[in-house]
Design a protein around this ligand. Sequence first.
Ligand code: ZN
Ligand code: ZN
Length: 378
Amino acid sequence: MGDWHPAPAARWQPPTGWGTVRNDAAGPRPGKEPYVEPVEALERIAFLLERQGAVTYRVQAFRTAATVIGALSADELRTRARSGSLARLKGLGPKTTRVIEEALAGARPEYLTHLEEEAGGPLVEGAQGQRLRQALRGDCHLHSDWSDGGSPVETMARAARDLGHSWCVLTDHSPRLTVARGLTAERLRQQLSLVAEVNERLAPFRLLTGIECDILDDGSLDQEPELLEQLDVVVASVHSKLRMDKGPMTRRLLAAVRNPLVDVLGHCTGRQITGRPRPESQFDAEAVFAACAEHHTAVEINCRPDRFDPPRRLLRLALETGTLFSIDSDAHAPGQLDWQIYGCARAEECGVPPERVINTWTERQLATWTRTGRTPHR
Ligand SMILES: [Zn+2]
Ligand SMILES: [Zn+2]
């Protein structure tokens, strides 16, 4: 587990957008307004499970049930609940049906109450990272079900908005990463139209277009340059041949971070610290960070508890070298968007000031920087 210290569960503070749950005493209140709408109860349960790091299949039932009943009218839902025919709906099981019935009866569903207690507390202890987290306006790295994420694009965007962000960047994988259903140029173009539609619905929140583009063995990028040019943000990461020798790996990373199309260097060491651990890739970090600083490429502080990449010593080196940083959730599910606090805690610990973090900028400041390299503070 390395240096990850999960905090003990404490009392949950409702984030913005979670306004429908009332915190007064639970219990059925027939004929009155429900404590929580059934759809929101199911979504909140899924969110908490994801935030806790649950594997996708444990969460899917709740997300599916939310979609199924979200398509019914309130009357239809109540009629079905009264006649006991909810469980016959495709996509509902005993557990999800119970949550819905309890919510409809005006109670706070028992499973939700249990989860809030167990998993609803702060993810880090005390004030660690809080100041920096409050300064963040967005997230530059997240996945949808177009590649290896578990949720639709719009669900991810709504969750980012509900966490208080004003923008986020959709960064699904590139074609060569077939295990993660990387997007061909054609699918990425289709995704751009979807992003435009989502933006019409979610304005003033902005979903920016992007990609997590594989850095190929020779340092070139795994997508058509003309298409990369059109995207708001390009995160470039190594996902193959992570154990390449130090020399070639340094040249590979240098080529990528010097590429004017690249904005963020994703999880630079590729290490995995939980599950099946994987060591850091070997490269001349000083040279790579110096090139990042010179060529306006931010170094990502990847917040996933299984990565925490870069390790602190490299984070401090990047800071000394003068790079910018991007504190990214690399979320593959809505609840994982909340993991940014981990990266904020590590950044604060290493002395990273907010003005060096590109996600503290407005969408416009970010766009100016990706186009011209000009930062708001210089
Ligand atoms: Zn990655
Ligand atoms: Zn990723």
